[in-house]
Design a protein around this ligand. Structure first.
Ligand code: UD1
Length: 353
């Protein structure tokens, strides 16, 4: 049997596809390549097996998802396929609701048609909005503050309802701040357009592609005044998805689980450590706070340990070293494949591979 990985050509999806293979599981990637490239699929194949199955198309297409499930004998799904830019979601809220909820509903309908029960859902700490109390537990108040966050929150609500009606066993994995890359340097984060997240911008300055990093806010009540986040290594995160699939063999209903290290780091701490890793200074200036940013948020990850038997293992230096290895060797990411003309959805890869 196989695990369908929707959005498997993306940042976290590609690392999860590799982790599945490393654990001896058979993965099937489904991705419409709207925010990922064919080169990412090829790189995953290079790290796993050349005949790793890849289906190009939209997870909202129930027929296509169903066909992939049948063809590759899928019995479990990890659903990543979604748009993820907060800023873009404010500009294009309808596109975000259609894409993120449409893809989830498409996957659920195809699963229901075939009696598949086990799903791991890619959620986010964004569902906590700007928390008053840290660390955040799964019982902390929920309240997203932008359209992207609402799509994750509504997605969780859909899944809670379907699970409560007895149709699904699902893990709602609430990621904190994933950074890093596979230690091979062969896959990593490949942001489209101008990135807005810290690690990508930090690396662009380190590469000389950008003059300086703006540190948003120097007046938070933290050790150095800059904001605190819970950064976790994308390979740790990928492994948590495997642990979640395993946990679903015995755990029924819907379970929300925080995925973080439980440790907070400031922006300036990241800058200093990144300077050590890349071996030269990284120009930066402290500027005004970014509107909508929480001053500090980190996870209480104890439920993940209890329910999944998972704990993040890789430290911040390893995250930055691995992220840098990827960026240094791929300064343009998977750019060459971006020029591919759009293609109609179709099935690819060898059945049963
Ligand atoms: C972002 C998303 C959130 C998502 C999360 C995990 C926003 C508002 N939130 O969170 O929904 O779940 O990623 O992927 O986009 N920073 C700078 N300078 C920069 C960029 C960032 O100082 O140029 C700071 C930010 O103020 C923040 C930290 O770096 O304190 C991390 O920022 P970022 O990587 O954008 O992630 P979040 O804002 O935590």
């Amino acid at each position: 049997m196989a695990v369908l990985v929707t959005g498997g050509a993306g940042y976290i999806g590609s690392h999860t596809a590799v982790a599945l293979h490393e654990a001896g599981r058979r993965g099937v990637i489904l991705d419409d390549l709207s925010n990922a490239s064919r080169a990412a699929v090829d790189a995953v194949r290079g790290l796993t097996t050349p005949d790793l199955a890849f289906v190009e198309g939209d997870a909202a297409d129930v027929g296509l998802v169903g066909e992939a499930i049948d063809r590759y004998e899928v019995d479990e799904v990890v659903h990543f396929a979604a748009s993820k830019s907060v800023a873009e979601s404010v500009e294009l809220p309808l596109a975000y609701f259609r894409n993120n909820l449409g893809s989830l509903l498409g996957v659920l309908a195809a699963m229901e048609d075939r009696g598949i029960r086990r799903l791991v859902f890619s959620s986010s700490c964004t569902v906590y909005g700007e928390p008053d109390v840290v660390p955040v537990t799964e019982a902390s108040p929920i309240g997203a503050v932008n359209p992207y966050g609402w799509t994750k929150l509504h997605g969780e609500q859909v899944l809670d309802a379907v699970a409560a009606a007895g149709g699904l066993d699902v893990m709602l994995l609430r990621y904190f701040n994933p950074i890093g890359a596979h230690p091979s340097g062969v896959i990593g984060e490949d942001p489209t357009g101008i990135p807005t997240n810290l690690a990508a911008l930090l690396m662009q300055v380190a590469l000389g592609r950008r003059d300086r990093l703006q540190v948003f806010g120097g007046d938070y009540g933290t050790v150095d005044g800059s904001a605190v986040r819970d950064y976790l290594h994308v390979v740790d995160l990928a492994e948590a998805h495997l642990a979640a699939l395993d946990a679903l063999t015995t755990r029924t209903g819907a379970t929300a689980v925080n995925l973080g290290t439980g440790r907070g780091h400031t922006v300036l701490e990241l800058v200093r450590l990144a300077e050590e890793v890349v071996g030269h200074p990284i120009a930066h200036e402290v500027v005004a706070r970014r509107p909508g940013d929480a001053g500090r948020i980190w996870a209480d990850p104890s439920l993940a340990t209890e329910v999944l038997g998972w704990t993040a293992e890789r430290d911040l230096r390893t995250m930055l070293e691995d992220h840098w290895r990827w960026c240094e060797s791929h300064p343009d990411g998977f750019a060459d494949a971006r020029t591919d003309p759009p293609r109609a959805p179709r099935l690819g890869g060898a059945p049963g591979s």
